[in-house]
Design a protein around this ligand. Structure first.
Ligand code: F6P
Length: 390
């Protein structure tokens, strides 16, 4: 690597996004890069010339190893959407960014993030090609939501899924202890995809999964929900429900949106408040004692419960991005290709064009969800189980 490299983190943090950062850094140094810069708060910080030199911070192998095991985004993050460079006003932003990259003598640009962040790096690669820049732009996948296309799964998901499986088991053990009547609603992140909420079913491997699981892959109907809860509650005196923050009615409106009109830089509604809303509705229906539990930020950086598989794969994703850039690749995202044949899990990295991942969301296949839309089957378990190991 003849020139300097720069790396940024973007979007929501995870337990393992720093493992990818460590993988990028270590591989850059091994490949002989000059300085490795970090963008402070992603591309938004870079635009304000807010960077650090990672070499000043990661001096020993132990520093790199500690970074690998440290949750949340070490460099800080942003949810900043780059404008369209085809307009004069938009292009000014790119002119400024490429000027900064030139000043720093950058030859390699790595961005660790989800589908919004792949939009950012795709636009930069596109503009770079337009002006004949020789900077190589590589995307490193990350998101607890697991909603990136063209990759088997995303770094960050395995650890969050493991946490959700574990806390669901603990909640169920607690919520059933008195033997009295009780309805518990647990709200889980994931935006428009149900991967994280489906992970609550992993608790069933310990003999105590949730009674009902609602995901955004199917339309949510309040009266069906109340029928389901009422039926189970009347039969067993207890009902535990996992519900995605992003469940929506047949007309597409979020069930939780009434609570949150704020949107981020990419126009996503800030979701939340659904658990207490549904718990209240369940109370009116059943008269039961109810509890609404919003896992909220607890599930995103729960590194005390990280998956070793996830940590190692996140590192590999960062390292693979560097190897690809060294080999002359640009405008690509690292992806995982996995095999689960006969229960033997293998995972290798590969590359896909950024445009295949930017701004698109991957949902759980409909056939992994039961017909009533309130549970997942063994296909999901077989998919998720290898990702939470270790
Ligand atoms: O990072 C993904 C995610 O955790 C989504 O599941 C959630 O809807 C969103 O981020 C919350 O974002 P923020 O932290 O910006 O409110």
């Amino acid at each position: 690597m003849a020139k300097n490299a720069i790396v940024g983190q973007s979007g929501g943090p995870t337990s393992v996004i720093n493992a990818s950062l460590a993988g990028v850094y270590e591989s850059c140094k091994r490949r002989g890069a000059g300085k490795v810069y970090g963008m402070l708060h992603g591309v938004a910080g870079l635009l304000e010339r807010r960077t650090c030199v990672l070499d000043d911070k990661l001096k020993t192998a132990l520093d790199i190893e500690l970074l690998k095991r440290t949750p949340s985004s070490y460099l800080g993050s942003c949810r900043y959407k780059l404008p369209d460079w085809h307009t004069a006003e938009g292009e000014a932003v790119y002119v400024q960014l490429f000027e900064i990259l030139k000043e720093l003598d950058i030859g390699y640009f790595f961005y660790i993030g989800g589908n919004d962040s792949m939009d950012t790096i795709g636009k930069l690669a596109d503009y770079g090609a337009h002006i004949g820049s020789d900077i190589r732009f590589m995307g490193v996948p990350k998101t607890i939501d697991n909603d990136l296309m063209v990759t088997d799964h995303t770094p960050g998901y395995g650890s969050a899924a493991k946490y959700i499986g574990v806390v669901m088991k603990e909640i169920i053990r607690d919520a059933t202890v008195y033997g009295t009547k009780y309805v518990t609603i647990v709200e889980i992140m994931g935006r428009n995809a149900g991967w994280l909420t489906a992970a609550s079913e992993l608790a069933s491997l310990s003999g105590c999964g949730p009674d009902l699981i609602y995901m955004p892959e199917t339309d949510f109907d309040l009266s069906d929900f109340l029928d389901d809860v009422g039926r189970i509650y009347r039969n067993t005196g207890n009902c535990v429900v996992a519900v995605s923050e992003g469940v929506h009615l047949a007309d597409g409106s979020f069930v939780s949106e009434g609570k949150a009109s704020a949107t981020d830089g990419f126009g996503h509604a800030q979701l939340g408040g659904l658990a207490s809303k549904l718990a209240e509705a369940a109370k009116l229906e059943t008269g039961a004692k109810v509890r609404g539990i919003e896992l909220s930020l607890l599930q995103r950086c729960a590194a005390h419960c990280a998956s070793a598989t996830d940590v190692e794969e996140a590192w590999e994703a960062g390292a693979a991005a560097v190897e690809a850039a060294v080999a002359g690749m640009t405008d690509k995202m690292v992806v995982f290709k996995c095999d689960r044949e006969d229960g033997a899990y293998t995972c290798v990295t590969s590359l896909e064009p950024l445009e295949k991942a930017a701004n698109i969301e991957k949902k759980i296949p409909r056939e992994w969800i039961n017909e009533a839309g309130n549970g997942v089957n063994h296909q999901f378990i077989e998919y998720a189980l290898p990702l939470i190991q270790g």
